[in-house]
Design a protein. Structure first.
Length: 738
C-alpha cells in the first residue's frame, strides 16, 4: 500500500506480535508483521499513533482529521469533531453580516464559518458549512454577493458555488485533468495551493495564477492570460514525481509556479507576483508589462508564500518567503518602498529558526505589521525594523495565513484551526509607557447594530465543549485606571445623539444589571446598546411581559467616564446592520416610538404602584379606627376613595389574574396591551407602521383617561380626606378600646 506519510511501525509494548502501521489506512498485524489488515478509523491519512505501555487497548491515532482515541484496541474510536485541529491553508472573509471566515482544510472539506453566532453556546458546528473548492486551495467570496464563493484545489480545479441555489460549477482556466502526469507536460502549471483573489479596486475582477497570471470578469466563463511565465520555468524541476517503484503526481509536487500574488488597493493597475522558485515580478499597467524585481538578498529558490501591499504608501510592499524545503529554517521578510527597486530584510527579533509564511499590514496604524511563522505570531510597530513575539493565548503552532476584517485579526493555522483577535483597537493604540494619568479611555472601535430590540425572554445558556467564544456584543470600551481604592467612585454614562443621558453604570449601582467591576490597570466594558426596559411591579401577571429595551439607532454617541474628580469623554459610532436597507432616520423613528411607548407604559405602571400604596395606607388607617359612630364617616369616605382607586386599577391591570393562565379567562388590560403593542413595534427592523401608531394613540388615550381620573383623586379626594381626618381629631396613635 502506498504510504503518503510515515512508514513508522508501532509495536504493542506488551505483545510483540501486535504491530500497527499508520499510513493512508491504519494497518494491524497479529503475527509480528507477516500479514496486515486494515482497521477502520474515522479518518484516513494517518501521521502518528500512541499505544499506552500499560494497556495496549488504549490508543491515540493522529491523522488529517485530528486525533481519535480508542479504549478497545481500535475496534471503536472517538468522533472526529472532538477538538479544533483543522489544518488550514489560507484564510479570507466575505461581506456578509455576520461575515464568514473561509478556508480549505487538509484532507477535509473547505469551510465557511460565521465569526459570531446567535446561539447561546458560542460558535459551534451549526455555524459552519462546506463551501467551494476542496482540501488544498484558496477560498474567496464574491465581494458583491457573499453567497457566491470560488474555491481551488489540486489539478488546477476552480469551482464556483452558489450557496443559495446549490449550483457548483467548475471554471478551471484549462480543464485538462493532469492527474498522474508530471509538470513538464502541462499546458499550464497549477500548484496544490495556487492563488485565487479578487481585485480590491474592481469587485468583478477575479485573478488566479498558475505559472502565468489569469483574470476573468465574467465569473470564469472566460479567462485572459495577462502575464508571461513568471517563474524560472526550469524543466529539470518539473519531472514526474515519485520513486523508482511508484509515481505520485497530484500537482502538489509541481514546481515553477506562482505561489502568491496581489493587486494594490492604492493603485488599481499595480500587480505583484511571487513564485515558489524564487522570482518576484511587478506590473504597473495591469499586466501589460512585467519587471523582475526579485530581492538580491533572497538568493535562489525562495518559495514566496505571501505578498502584502501597504495600505498607506504607494510603491510599498512586503514579502514573506521560506526555504525550509532546503533545510533552511531562517525567517525571510522583505520590504520595498520603491516598487521593488531596492529591498530591505526585516527580520530583526524573529527567532532564527522560525521560518515565515505570511506578513500583513494593519489597516489603521501605519507601520504596524503582523507576521505568521512556523512557530506562532510576531508583531512590529516600526515597519519591520524590529519584531516581538505576539503569542498571547494562541498555541505555538504553524501560522499559514492572516487577514484583517472589520478591525479583527484572523489567523489560519496548521493543526489548530482558526483564531481571531476580535478588536485590534488596543493593539493599534499601544504606547511604550503605561498611562500616567488616573484615568485613560481609549478610542472605541465602531460596532454594528445587531438585530433585536431587547425581548422579555431569557435564553438558557448551554456550554458546549470546544465552542468558539463569541466577540463581545455591543460597543466595547477599553480604559486604564491608576491607584483605584475600594471606596473610589466610578461610573460610566452613555449619552444619545442629542446629548441626553441613556443610562449610567457604576460600582455602587442598586440594580445588578447597572453594576460594573473596575480594577487597577486595563479594564473593558461593553454596552449592549439597549435603553433601560419598562418599569416592573411586584406580583403583576402579564401575558406580554414588561416592555423591553429599545436598541439604540445607528449614529454618533458619547460615553462619559468618571473616576472620583477625573472624567473623560469618548465618542463612539454605532453602524447600521448591513443586512437591512433602513436609513438612520428610519431607525430614529422606530427608537423614538418605542421610547414613547415605554414612557406611557411606565406611567401606567407607576400609577398602579401609587394606587396600591394609597389603598394600603387607607386600609391601614381605617383599621386603627374604633367602632364609635364618629368614625363611621371616615370609614365611608375611605371606602369611597378605595373604590375609585380600584376602578382605575382594574382598567390599568387585570386584577383577577392570579396565575399565568388566568388571562385566558379574564381579558388583559392597558398595561398588558401596551406591552403587547411594544412587542409588535419592536419585532422587526422598520419604522412604526400606520396601524401601530394608530393603536398606540388609542391605548394612550385610554390610559390618559384613567391617569386623569387618578390625578383628580390625588388632587381632590385625598386632600379632602386629610382635612376630614384633621377635623375629626382622630388620634395619630391608636388606643385599644376595652
Amino acid at each position: 500500500q502506498r504510504a503518503w506519510y510515515y512508514n513508522t511501525v508501532f509495536v504493542d509494548p506488551r505483545n510483540e506480535d501486535l504491530v500497527y502501521c499508520p499510513n493512508v489506512e491504519l494497518m494491524r498485524s497479529l503475527d509480528g508483521g507477516k500479514t496486515f489488515k486494515n482497521i477502520p478509523t474515522p479518518h484516513s491519512d494517518h501521521h502518528d499513533m500512541w499505544i499506552d505501555p500499560q494497556n495496549g487497548k488504549r490508543m491515540i491515532i493522529a491523522d488529517d482529521g485530528g486525533a481519535q482515541i480508542s479504549y478497545d484496541g481500535g475496534n471503536s474510536w472517538s468522533t472526529l469533531n472532538n477538538q479544533p485541529t483543522a489544518q488550514i491553508y489560507r484564510v479570507s472573509t466575505d461581506n456578509a453580516y455576520p461575515y464568514h471566515i473561509l478556508g480549505a482544510q487538509q484532507d477535509n472539506s473547505t469551510i465557511r464559518i460565521k465569526y459570531k453566532s446567535s446561539g447561546p453556546a458560542g460558535i459551534t458546528e451549526s455555524d459552519w458549512e462546506p463551501t467551494a473548492g476542496a482540501e488544498s486551495g484558496y477560498v474567496v467570496a464574491d465581494p458583491l454577493n457573499p453567497e457566491i464563493v470560488y474555491g481551488g484545489n489540486y489539478g488546477g480545479y476552480i469551482s464556483r458555488l452558489n450557496h443559495k441555489t446549490g449550483e457548483n460549477r467548475a471554471i478551471n482556466v484549462w480543464p485538462d485533468n493532469p492527474m498522474g502526469a508530471g509538470a513538464d507536460v502541462q499546458k499550464y502549471r497549477f500548484q496544490w495551493n495556487f492563488p485565487i483573489f479578487f481585485s480590491p479596486n474592481n469587485p468583478k475582477r477575479l485573478y488566479t495564477a498558475g505559472n502565468h497570471l489569469f483574470v476573468t470578469e465574467n465569473e470564469g466563463q472566460s479567462w485572459d492570460m495577462i502575464s508571461p511565465d513568471l517563474t524560472t520555468n526550469d524543466k529539470s524541476k518539473q519531472a514526474s514525481s515519485g520513486g523508482p517503484i511508484t509515481k505520485d503526481n497530484t500537482s502538489v509536487e509541481y514546481y515553477c509556479t506562482i505561489f502568491t500574488a496581489a493587486e494594490s488597493a492604492l493603485e488599481k493597475d499595480l500587480l505583484w507576483t511571487g513564485s515558489d522558485d524564487g522570482l518576484v515580478f511587478i506590473s504597473r499597467d495591469a499586466g501589460k508589462n512585467w519587471e523582475n524585481v526579485t530581492p538580491p538578498a533572497a538568493g535562489k529558490w525562495m518559495m514566496w508564500n505571501s505578498v502584502e501591499t501597504d495600505p498607506f504608501k504607494k510603491g510599498t510592499a512586503y514579502l514573506a518567503g521560506t526555504k525550509y524545503k532546503m533545510d533552511d529554517y531562517a525567517p525571510y521578510l522583505f520590504k520595498t518602498e520603491d516598487y521593488g527597486k531596492t529591498w530591505a530584510l526585516i527580520t530583526n527579533g524573529i527567532d532564527k529558526m522560525h521560518f515565515t509564511r505570511v506578513v500583513r499590514a494593519d489597516k489603521k496604524r501605519p507601520g504596524l505589521l503582523y507576521a505568521g511563522t512556523e512557530f506562532g505570531m510576531y508583531i512590529s510597530y516600526d515597519d519591520g525594523k524590529s519584531w516581538k513575539k505576539f503569542q498571547l493565548n494562541l498555541p505555538e503552532v504553524s501560522v499559514t495565513d492572516l487577514t484583517i476584517k472589520d478591525n479583527s485579526l484572523i489567523v489560519a493555522t496548521q493543526g489548530r484551526a482558526f483564531w481571531s483577535i476580535d478588536d485590534l483597537s488596543m493593539v493599534q493604540q499601544k504606547e511604550e509607557a503605561l498611562p500616567a494619568q488616573p484615568l485613560k479611555v481609549f478610542a472605541v472601535n465602531d460596532a454594528y447594530r445587531t438585530e433585536g430590540s431587547g425581548g422579555r425572554g431569557r435564553r438558557r445558556v448551554v456550554k458546549i465543549h470546544n465552542a468558539g467564544a463569541n466577540p463581545l456584543a455591543g460597543s466595547v470600551f477599553n480604559y486604564y485606571v491608576n491607584n483605584l481604592t475600594d471606596s473610589a467612585a466610578f461610573s460610566i454614562s452613555i449619552f444619545d445623539k442629542a446629548g441626553k443621558e441613556i443610562k449610567t453604570f457604576s460600582r455602587k449601582a442598586k440594580l445588578p444589571a447597572d453594576k460594573i467591576t473596575v480594577s487597577n490597570g486595563m479594564n473593558q466594558f461593553n454596552w449592549d446598546m439597549l435603553y433601560p426596559p419598562g418599569e416592573t411591579v411586584d406580583s403583576l401577571i402579564l401575558w406580554n411581559g414588561v416592555v423591553g429595551s429599545a436598541k439604540a439607532a445607528p449614529g454618533k454617541y458619547m460615553a462619559r467616564f468618571r473616576y472620583e474628580k477625573d472624567s473623560a469623554e469618548v465618542p463612539f459610532v454605532i453602524k447600521p446592520n448591513p443586512n437591512y436597507t433602513l436609513t438612520e432616520a428610519d431607525y430614529d423613528q422606530q427608537v423614538a416610538f418605542l421610547l414613547q411607548l415605554r414612557t406611557k407604559f411606565n406611567e401606567v405602571q407607576d400609577a398602579i404602584k401609587h394606587i396600591r400604596q394609597l389603598r394600603s395606607q387607607l386600609k391601614e388607617f381605617t383599621g386603627r379606627l374604633g367602632k364609635e359612630k364618629d368614625n363611621a364617616g371616615l370609614k365611608q369616605a375611605a371606602d369611597s376613595i378605595i373604590k375609585k382607586l380600584t376602578t382605575v386599577e382594574e382598567a390599568l391591570y387585570q386584577t383577577k389574574s392570579k396565575s399565568s393562565q388566568d388571562v385566558l379567562n379574564f381579558p388583559i388590560r392597558l398595561n398588558d396591551k401596551l406591552a403587547g403593542l411594544y412587542g409588535v413595534a419592536s419585532s422587526g427592523e422598520n419604522p412604526p407602521s400606520k396601524q401601530v401608531k394608530e393603536a398606540f394613540a388609542d391605548l394612550s388615550a385610554q390610559s390618559d383617561a384613567q391617569l386623569t381620573t387618578l390625578k383628580a383623586i390625588l388632587d381632590t379626594d385625598i386632600p379632602a380626606y386629610n382635612k376630614l381626618i384633621l377635623a375629626s381629631q382622630v388620634p395619630v396613635i391608636g388606643i385599644k378600646q376595652e
